[in-house]
Design a protein around this ligand. Structure first.
Ligand SMILES: N[C@@H](CCC(=O)N[C@@H](CS)C(=O)NCC(=O)O)C(=O)O
Length: 233
């Protein structure tokens, strides 16, 4: 059994999609990031960067294994189950390149862009445009990679697709049209059709907030410093 520390956001969907694709049994433990669950000491013991997703794998020989960071979680699970990742050295290298690309580029740039689009309390033109352009640049990288390839690693759907797809799914909702990226559009639609992907994105969707963030949520989310975790909200 896997304990899955989760909140329904693009970073959470990466792992819910993989768990659904693998068909392994897991228990979802909601981490309400608006209410500050990510700073609770018991969660910090699993995820020291106080971000979800994280997992604890109990299906191991010794003590349960805790893993944080979506790229590490996905690499661990794909390797453990021998699925959704090539096994030859060059294929593994390419998988790692695209996992690192997502967690170091597409994810944070899209995440910061989303912050300026959805949550900035006043218009911040410089920050907004900086991350809009970086997100656009990343979409261009993906477009070139998918030109002549069905999926990011080539013929086979893999964790490289699962980790990047959620941040492309929400492009239009963030005001970024995809018309100039036809291969990204094709790939986005192909991945979206997979039943496991739909189940992954639907996981806990009733938890999603539709109202604007409260003052408490703003505080938890947007004014974090090194001392926030020490205060253990
Ligand atoms: N690099 C991390 C990013 C995870 C991340 O940023 N998660 C967000 C939700 S999308 C979170 O937990 N935010 C809590 C907060 O902002 O306090 C990963 O890929 O796992």
């Amino acid at each position: 059994m896997i304990d899955f520390y989760y909140w329904p956001t693009p970073n959470g969907w990466k792992v819910s999609i993989l768990l659904e694709e693998l068909g392994v049994s897991y228990k979802t433990i909601p981490v309400n990031i608006g209410q500050g669950d990510q700073f609770k000491p018991e969660f910090l013991a699993i995820s020291p960067n106080h971000r979800m997703p994280a997992i604890v794998d109990h299906d191991v020989a010794g003590d349960p294994v805790a893993i944080f960071e979506s790229g590490a979680i996905m690499f661990y699970l794909a390797e453990k189950h021998g699925r959704f990742m090539p096994t030859d050295p060059l294929g593994r290298k390419e998988t790692l390149e695209w996992l690192f690309w997502q967690v170091g580029n597409l994810g944070p740039m899209a995440g910061q862009y989303s912050h300026f689009v959805n949550y900035a309390p006043k218009e911040e033109v410089y920050g907004h445009d900086r991350y809009k352009n970086e997100y656009h640049r990343c979409l261009g990288v993906l477009e070139r990679r998918l030109t002549g390839r069905e999926f990011i690693l080539g013929d086979d759907y893999s964790i490289a697709d699962m980790i990047s797809w959620p941040w492309v799914l929400i492009a239009k909702a963030m005001g970024q049209p995809l018309d100039e990226f036809p291969n990204v559009v094709r790939w986005r639609a192909a991945v979206k059709e997979r039943p496991a992907v739909q189940r992954g994105v639907d996981l806990g969707k009733d938890l999603r907030r539709s109202a604007p963030p409260s003052e408490e949520e703003r505080k938890n989310h947007f004014n974090q410093t090194a001392s926030t975790a020490d205060q253990g909200t």
